[in-house]
Design a protein around this ligand. Structure first.
Ligand code: NDP
Length: 311
């Protein structure tokens, strides 16, 4: 890691959210900037719910290069953008802002962040059947990414079934060529049907996230298709109950930490408007430091406030 000196030319970046005391992004992004030799500094800013606009316009006025946006502001920030990318428009959410020529440009790096770990392990999405558990912001990013990459079928299951049905309607109109169906998550038979012959099973719920380590979005007794890949977006803990269930059924697994790293790399590319080259190499270099932070904390005490949950 190269030594950095803060000067009048140091680029200012950060994440806004509430809470953010728990966020791994400052460690991740500063390590990335340092690795790339970029003279930049990345901070975490906890913004009061009614001060989002002030915070964003203030950052723009102060000459920040950009911001990441996390819970609960990913949707609320959309109307503050002068331009948004196609992905952000489709998801109705923004997780990265660029301040450029007096304009606020929004995008979302979650879909690419989700796809890159699959690419790294050689998992091909075209014509596959994907089960998505959850119907929140992360699930939308997963559905969008999978549909764009040409999967044959997406089966969506959510605890609150109506939300899944609404998402299905929205994505069917965006991707008429992809078969998209909603299945109730709380009915055993429906879960078994949805899992049949699946190639990829994605947990995009927060079930199993610290401190609810024993929770899984799936019933304990359900059997999973052995040839599928189980992908959990949760990264704290790295080995969730869902991934343990998958391993017990003989499935290959993917945790959520790589997605976190790749969406960070995508944000930096967006801010710098230049290609960063070997993403997979960068991700491999960045991962051990984050694993250590997670291990060392065994919970979220990277939170200085102690009230954080997850990214
Ligand atoms: P949201 O709050 O938007 O959605 C939460 C989802 O989880 C809803 O579908 C909710 O169901 C479901 N859920 C919550 N608790 C349970 C439970 N006990 N059993 C079943 N379903 C449950 O959150 P996000 O979509 O933004 O995030 C979801 C997860 O993805 C989080 O853990 C987050 O940290 C992770 N994530 C990881 C990223 C990464 O880079 N690795 C990036 C983005 C998110 P209902 O609708 O019924 O409430």
């Amino acid at each position: 890691m190269t030594e950095r000196h803060v000067t009048a030319h140091t680029l200012t970046l950060g994440v806004i959210g509430n809470p953010v005391g728990h966020s791994l992004s400052p460690q991740l992004q500063n390590a990335l900037l340092s690795r790339l030799g970029v003279n930049g500094c990345y901070h975490a800013f906890e913004v009061k719910p009614n001060e989002l606009e002030k915070a964003v316009r203030g950052a723009s006025a102060l000459g920040f290069l950009g911001l990441n946006v996390t819970v609960p502001f990913k949707e609320q920030v959309v109307p503050l953008c002068d331009d948004i990318t196609h992905e952000a428009e489709a998801l109705g959410a923004v997780n990265t802002l660029l301040f450029k020529d007096g304009r606020i440009v929004g995008t979302t790096t979650d879909p690419l962040g989700f796809l890159k770990p699959l690419e790294a392990r050689g998992f091909e999405l075209p014509d596959k059947t994907v089960v998505v558990l959850g119907a929140g912001g992360a699930a939308r990013a997963v559905i969008f990414a999978c549909a764009e990459r040409g999967v044959a079928e997406i089966r969506l299951l959510n605890r609150t079934h109506d939300k899944a049905v609404r998402l299905v309607r929205r994505f069917r109109s965006l991707f008429p060529g992809v078969r998209i169906e909603a299945y109730p998550l709380l009915e055993w038979g429906s879960v078994s049907n949805a899992l049949e012959n699946a190639d990829l099973i994605v947990n995009a719920t927060s079930a199993g996230m610290w401190p609810h380590l024993e929770r899984s979005p799936l019933p304990e007794s359900v059997s999973l298709p052995r040839d599928a890949l189980a992908y959990d977006l949760v990264y704290n803990p790295l080995r969730t109950r869902f991934l343990q269930q998958a391993e017990e059924n003989g499935l290959a697994i993917q945790d959520g930490l790589d997605m976190l790293i790749y969406q960070a790399i995508a944000s930096v590319e967006f801010w710098l408007s230049r290609q960063l080259g070997d993403w997979h190499g960068l991700a491999r270099e960045l991962r051990p430091g984050l694993e250590r932070a997670l291990e060392w904390s065994s919970g979220p005490p990277w939170s200085v406030t102690g009230k954080g949950k997850d990214k």
